[in-house]
Structure formats: structure tokens, C-alpha cells
Write a protein that binds this ligand. Sequence first.
Ligand code: ATP
Length: 328
Amino acid sequence: MRPVNRGEEVLLLLKGADGFISGEKIASVLNISRTAVWKQISRLRKEGFQIEAHPRMGYSLVLSPDRLLPSEIRDGIKTSLIGSEIFYYEKIESTNAIAKNLAMNGAKEGTLVIAEEQTRGRGRLDRDWLSPANSNILMSLIFRPNLQAAKAFSMIMLTSVAIVKAIQVTTSLVAQIKWPNDIYLYNKKLGGILTEFNAEQDRVNFVVIGVGLNVNFDPCLYPEIKDTATSLKKVMGKEVKRAVLLRSILEEIERGYSDFSKGRISQIRSEWDHYSLVTGKHIRIHSLDNVEEGIAESIDDDGCLILRDINGNTKRILSGDVSLRVSE
Ligand code: ATP
């Protein structure tokens, strides 16, 4: 993907330089004045890039900030649709709220919203999603699939498969998917996915998929989740480069979405089964006024869970407002 502004173009030249690159060289490659180069360098420094300046040798990039800045995300990314527009925020209410707003106002498919911190991060059923600033991945993507509203939840399937594949590619860890919307690692919650959509006459206008993924934070920061949550850093004992993982997630989502759009759902479904934490297990499904028990057989193309009860009868469970517990 090409850089989209002058700051990113300057950054790319700094990153490609073996040590120092002169202001004159940057100015001539980008066809801008030396003053314009200096302005971009100051801007990058304000964003947290450490850039050394030397009167004769020019500029050298010493350190990039640990921020999911658009320039860091785009650096070497192999997607054409997903992340083609990026909206980055230090602190916002929630990435899904912003993404829905952008989608309502015509934002194009593939638009990515990233936040370092959310003041009102949400899971399903209006539950809190907790994350300290600058530590994890908090993002939302806008899709405009040609889809019936009833099938919008099937997009959780492709997103969860993409996330576990990206985690495996970047860290070699094999995470699992807990139906309907959670990512687990060694039986603790590593991430959650929140799908929201807008439809008219049963056709989807847009789908917003939000992801909260625990990368570098210590779950002990929050007493309410310290025993049930985990993070990649906690398991690996070292920090994970968030931008590298995020790029991989976006690339896997683009691949999955392309399969999905071509109707290759069975492939996504078999990958889902491969990573599923619940398939073949005895489970309980809790809804507001009911509990159902049985063996989780699989999921169908719409993202519904197929539950086989003790009498051998199967039933489709909609992901809507239910919680799943794996029996001991
Ligand atoms: P379940 O299906 O297990 O009933 P859920 O999938 O509906 O749960 P979500 O709504 O997706 O849960 O996520 C919100 C819940 O996740 C919160 O109530 C809290 O318990 C837990 N949680 C919040 N922040 C985090 C986090 N960063 N990591 C892990 N778990 C978290």
C-alpha cells in the first residue's frame, strides 16, 4: 500500500535509509522544499518518532513510538481493501461507535478505526471491555457486503479465524475460538469480537466488526478479569509488536473476506472448526430465562451453533443474547 501523506513519505525514506539521509535528498526525491522537509520531521517528532539531526549528514530515524499510527500500520502491509482508510485516535468513546458513525456518513468498505484507549469500550450485551492505553489492539472495520441481515453474524466467523491465524503467524501460539465471539488462549480470554450492522429491507447496508485483543497488558490491572483474562505478553513473557500483529490480522481478514464474498463459506467453516474450543464438548447455553445442554456439533454457514441434546436431536442456536459455558 502506498503512503498517503507527506509525513508518511518522509518516514518511508528515513526507514529505507542506511543510517543518515540528507534533507536535500529527501527534498529532491519528494520534490518539496527543505523547509517542507523540516516541517514533516517536526511533525513526526511530535508523533513520538525519535529522529536525530546532523548538520552535514541529515536525518536518521532512531526509534519509532509504540503507537498504532497509520504510518506504522501501512508500513509494508499487503492489503488493498482492508485498512485502505485509517482513522486513528489516542482516546475515544469506542471504535465501534465511531465506525458506525463513519459508515452512516458513507465511509467506504475496508475503513479501519483504531484507538489507543476507549472511554466506553463495550462487549456484547453492553458489558464493559477493559483495556489500558497504548497496550492492546482496539479496532473496528467497516464492511459493505451484499448480504441478508440474518447472515451478518457469519462475519464473526471469518474475523475470528483471521485473528487466530494471524496470532499463529506472528507468535506461533495457537489460540482458540469460543463460540460465538471470543478468542481464548490456554482457557483464558484473549480477545472479543463485537459485530453490529445496519440493514434495510433485510439487506445489509454495512457491518461494523469491532475487535479487542489483549496484546501487551497485564490483566492483573483489573481485579474483575484478572483470573479469566490473559494477554500475549503474559503468555510469552515479552512484548509483541502490535503493528506487526495488526498488519497480519488485516491481511488475514482481507483473505477471509475475499473467500466469504466468493461464497467459499465451507472453507472458513472448516478452519473455524479446526480452531474451535467448543466443538465436540459438552456445553451449556444460558439465555435470559433458559439453560440448554448438549454437545456442540459445529456451526452452520450463518454462524449458528448446532447443539445435539441427550435425545440426539439437533438445534440451531443463534448467537444473539446467549452465553456459552463448557461443562467440566
Ligand atoms: P460470555 O460469552 O463468556 O458470557 P461474552 O463473550 O458475552 O461472555 P463479551 O460481552 O464479549 O463477553 O465481553 C465482555 C466481558 O468480557 C466483560 O463482562 C468482562 O467479563 C470480560 N472482559 C472485559 N475486558 C476484557 C479483556 N480486556 N480481556 C478479557 N476479558 C475481558
